[in-house]
Design a protein around this ligand. Structure first.
Ligand code: PEP
Ligand code: MN
Length: 255
């Protein structure tokens, strides 16, 4: 069984110093990829929208000093090729989960240039709809490369956190019948930092192949999603415990 992947980092890149220090801190405790989000899809236009293109110039220095592959969200079809020059994985966020023009363009570029993809589940998508969206990427079914489907919570009236989402971990075993790169985002999925560790463990127990987690050195100072970010130390504990759960999962399911 493959090792878990851990995509960690802030909700949004806020400055070169911020992404550099968070990058080093998460790498030290087991992150395998760094979130490097430049364009933020915010609910309200007055909210912080991300540093945008300015941050493209920071990727080289961060890559050199931190040494992790970089993940960014792409919001616009016109940006896909440009971002593929700077990033290892392009994320399609929940708001664009059925934006088929964007998904097809990301698929084309991923197949042509070998970049990875994360396709998040839309907050009101069924698992079938999400699988349909995945198929618009048209990746090689046998060897899709670094392409992940990411469960990030769906709308619920009984959500425990401020985001209005409930993490649907049943999506992991459901999808595992057709797809093995299913990862889980317990940060957006709960909206609450105190729930991230346990829901990460639950995700690994459900068979997830990795986690995407928001980490900030000073969570309450985050310019976006302050209530769901955990600290690098807390993230290190998540990694330690999830690796134990992964070994148990492997042993329990050994043929
Ligand atoms: C994110 O991961 O930065 C994000 C905005 O998540 P989602 O698309 O799941 O809301
Ligand atoms: Mn966020």
């Amino acid at each position: 069984m493959k090792d878990l992947i851990y995509i960690a980092g802030p909700c949004a890149v806020e400055s070169l110093d911020q992404i550099m220090s968070i990058g080093r801190a998460v790498k030290d405790v087991g992150a395998t990829h760094l979130r490097f989000m430049l364009y933020k899809p915010r609910t309200n236009p007055g909210s912080f929208q991300g540093v945008g293109d300015e941050g493209l110039g920071w990727t080289g220095e961060v890559r050199e000093n931190v040494g992790l592959p970089l993940v960014t969200e792409v919001l616009d079809t016109r940006d896909v090729r440009k971002l593929a020059d700077y990033f290892d994985i392009l994320q399609i966020g929940s708001r664009n989960s059925q934006n088929f023009a964007l998904i097809k363009e990301v698929g084309n570029v991923a197949r042509e240039l070998g970049v990875g993809v994360i396709l998040k589940r839309g907050a009101s998508n069924t698992v079938d709809e999400w699988w349909g969206a995945y198929n618009y990427l048209e990746m090689d079914p046998v060897n899709p490369g670094e392409v992940y489907m990411c469960e990030r919570g769906v709308r619920s009236a009984t959500n425990p956190g401020p985001k209005g989402n409930i993490l649907d971990l049943s999506a992991v075993p459901l999808l595992n019948t057709v797809c093995h790169n299913v990862i889980v985002d317990p940060s957006h999925g709960t909206g609450k930092s105190s729930l991230v560790e346990r829901m990460s463990l639950a995700a690994v127990a459900a068979g997830a192949d990795g986690l995407e987690i928001e980490v900030h050195t000073n969570p309450l100072k985050s310019k976006s999603d302050p209530y769901q970010a955990i600290t690098p130390d807390e993230f290190g504990e998540v990694v330690r415990k999830c690796n134990i759960f992964r070994r148990a999962f492997e042993e329990a399911y050994r043929e």
